[in-house]
Design a protein around this ligand. Structure first.
Ligand SMILES: Nc1nc2c(ncn2[C@@H]2O[C@H](COP(=O)(O)OP(=O)(O)OP(=O)(O)O)[C@@H](O)[C@H]2O)c(=O)[nH]1
Ligand SMILES: [Mg+2]
Length: 642
């Protein structure tokens, strides 16, 4: 599916975000320090207790590779799994630390499981503290950890024995990480920035600064961004990557963003920066969900915490195709949030329970702006299956089919597939969707609407053979669609010469009203032609005779007769088109276009008719801009030939 472009732009460095995971005290922070020289335990409390509490960030530039690795040192203590997840949702590979003496422990398994649920497939394993064990233990642990990492979906994991005390294995580990960087597939760029905020602070001279991992797209100085949920709009005033000022930040980078136009108080951890309009807050999301292997069965209705980006919110799970999700299994589901969620499509998330604290499940967001759906409903499940397969064109086609002739606004389609609108527009053209204003209709829906309009016109022509067709509003009512969409379909029918338009009326191109002129029509027209500037009254000429009434309708629609109105007397006169033309010529000949103009009664005298006829005629001539009123006189401003 070619909608998203490759990420790494020409000249930009390759980068990879690697989460450093593993059980508490297994040496993650010591390893990051030995690899990069950076101490990621910066908090006083972390130093005092010797335990990492929040994610820490360090930059690794392996020699011989043109690129950089962002290491996220994650806390391993079971009390800080939530903090670990908030740092982990953006990682694309893992560095798993396992203490060579202790081997596999609960958070070794849980962290690997979280990585699996987030969709991480690449990683390396460091056996740590190898100075404290012998070679047999190292060999046994190596087999054990390679097997568990592979079972969690890490493709051919390299295991490197290390010791930061002895300084062994560190360059091998750097090389293994460099290989990950080299081989990492370029991440897909959806064309709009998305940065979950993990810290907010004020920096003198920079104003308000937020930090986070740029999870999608690109940010440039000067960009407008929305802060969601909340909706404040701000401008990017400056950017830094690991302390280096830059003019643009690429996907996957740890980024500090200085913002203008937003108050410190309006920003908090858990919000995200995104292109304006691309995120919308909602309460229902559709998800593809996998239960943690080895956890308890998960019943529909379970209350849990949803963790995505750097946010956390209370939700209720609604399984759509079963009542209970067994460990390790995958299902289509919804979560209903107690607070607003603003998350892009395909974003990974984790579900956790608070009591007892445990990771329950995780997966990907399908429709981020859904509504309550029916359970065990074949259509719903088919729709979500298409979303879960993740091919944008198939998703767009299915959603357009669901909405039929009502169409879908472009921005809603962009939100559904999580791709910027300009790219989605291209994809829509490729699948044959039709643009109608800001909406798109699926090709089949548009074709069906065209056919329905031709049908409606056909029926009308059959029942009213001497009428000239139907106006837009009546056609819209006939096919029960909004006028903007029907108007577009009608323009299309006119462009392809299947329909024709005369004034406000549309007809089928193969229908010629003139062919259906009846004796009745010709007789009535003759009466008015003969009547000239003093035609008979409508009542007298047409009366209640329905055949004559429809003949009159026809003559008015074709323009042969004109209804001229005397607004003061609230009376109208029907003139034949030729009589009006004769009147114009007479007035032009008598009064010319120069000079002071004429009074109504002078016009009446020139035309030889009474006020009953001259007033409505003059008002009609005003309306068609042949004459213009100047006080109680009129001047000729139009063309006598008109
Ligand atoms: N002997 C020896 N001790 C080590 C080695 N690496 C780490 N340690 C010790 O192990 C303890 C824990 O190390 P950390 O790096 O803080 O462990 P951690 O995995 O970051 O722990 P959390 O972040 O709290 O999960 C510290 O006392 C380190 O000095 C090593 O290679 N050899
Ligand atoms: Mg640590």
């Amino acid at each position: 599916m070619p909608i998203p472009d490759r990420s790494t732009p020409e000249g930009a460095q390759k980068s990879l975000l690697v989460g450093v995971i593993g059980h508490v005290d297994h040496g993650k922070t010591a390893l990051v320090r030995a690899l990069t020289g950076i101490d990621t335990d910066r908090l006083k409390e972390e130093k005092q207790r010797g335990v990492s509490i929040v994610p820490g960030f360090a930059l690794l530039r392996p020699a011989g590779v043109d690129g950089e690795i962002d290491l996220i040192d994650l806390p391993g203590h079971e009390r800080f799994v939530r903090a670990m997840i908030s740092g982990a949702t953006g990682m694309r590979a893992v560095l798993l630390a396992v203490d060579a003496r202790e081997g596999l422990k609960p958070q070794t398994i849980e962290h690997l499981e979280i990585a699996r649920l987030i969709g991480v497939r690449h990683g390396v394993v460091a056996l740590t503290k190898c100075d404290l064990v012998g070679p047999e233990a190292i060999a046994a642990r190596t087999t054990e950890v390679a097997a568990i990492a592979a079972r969690a979906g890490i493709e051919s994991p390299t295991v490197v024995p290390t010791s930061v005390v002895a300084g062994t294995g560190l360059s091998d580990l750097t090389q293994a990480l460099a290989a990950l960087l080299r081989e990492a597939p370029a991440a897909q760029d959806e064309g709009f920035p998305y940065l979950p905020v993990d810290r907010v602070f004020a920096r003198p001279g920079f104003g308000t600064v937020v930090t986070g991992t740029l999870r999608r797209g690109q940010l440039k100085v000067g960009d407008r961004v929305a802060v969601m949920p909340g909706g404040a709009v701000a401008t990017v005033r400056g950017l830094q990557i690991h302390g280096r000022p830059v003019t643009s930040a690429e996907l996957g980078r740890r980024t500090a963003v200085a913002l203008r136009g937003v108050e410190r108080a309006d920003l908090h951890r858990g919000q995200a920066l995104a292109a304006p309009d691309l995120l919308e807050a909602g309460r229902w999301i559709d998800v593809g969900l996998s239960a943690v292997a080895g956890a308890e069965p998960l019943p529909s209705g379970t209350r849990a915490r949803l963790l995505y980006g750097t946010a956390e919110v209370s939700v209720r799970l609604r399984l759509l195709d079963r009542d209970v999700l067994e460990p390790g299994q995958t299902a289509l589901a919804q979560v209903q949030a107690e607070d607003d969620i603003a998350v892009p499509a395909r974003e990974p998330f984790i579900l956790r329970s608070d009591a007892p604290p445990a990771t329950l499940a995780g997966g990907r967001v399908l429709d981020p702006l859904s509504r309550r759906r029916r359970r065990n409903d074949a259509r719903t499940l088919a729709e979500l299956t298409v979303l879960a397969e993740g091919r944008p064109k198939a998703i767009l086609t299915a959603r357009l089919a669901r909405e039929g002739a009502a169409g879908v606004p472009l921005i809603d389609l962009a939100r559904l597939v999580g791709i910027a609108p300009d790219r989605v527009r291209r994809g829509l053209t490729e699948i044959g969707a039709r643009a109608v204003g800001d909406r798109f209709l699926g090709g089949p829906a548009f074709a069906a609407l065209r056919a329905a309009l031709l049908d409606a016109l056909g029926r009308h022509h059959r029942d009213h053979p001497i009428e000239h067709g139907l106006p837009l509003d009546q056609l819209a009512r006939a096919v029960r669609q909004d006028e903007a969409i029907v108007g577009a379909a009608l323009r299309d029918l006119v462009a392809t010469r299947e329909a024709a338009q005369a004034g406000p009326l549309f007809r089928r191109a193969d229908f010629d009203p003139a062919r259906n002129e009846t004796e009745q029509v010709r007789a009535l027209e003759a009466v008015f032609r003969k009547g000239g500037l003093t035609p008979p009254d409508e009542i007298e000429a047409v009366g209640r005779d329905t055949r004559r009434q429809s003949a009159l309708k026809y003559l008015l629609a074709s323009g042969a007769l004109v209804r001229a109105v005397d607004r003061v007397q609230k009376r109208s006169i029907l003139f034949h088109r030729e009589a009006i033309q004769a009147g114009r010529t007479r007035l032009a000949d008598t009064f010319g276009t120069e000079g002071p103009g004429f009074l109504a009664k002078e016009a009446g005298a020139a035309l030889g008719v009474s006020r009953k006829f001259s007033i409505p005629l003059l008002e009609h001539l005003d309306a068609v801009r042949f004459t213009r009123r100047v006080g109680d006189r009129r001047v000729i401003v139009g063309d006598g030939a008109g």
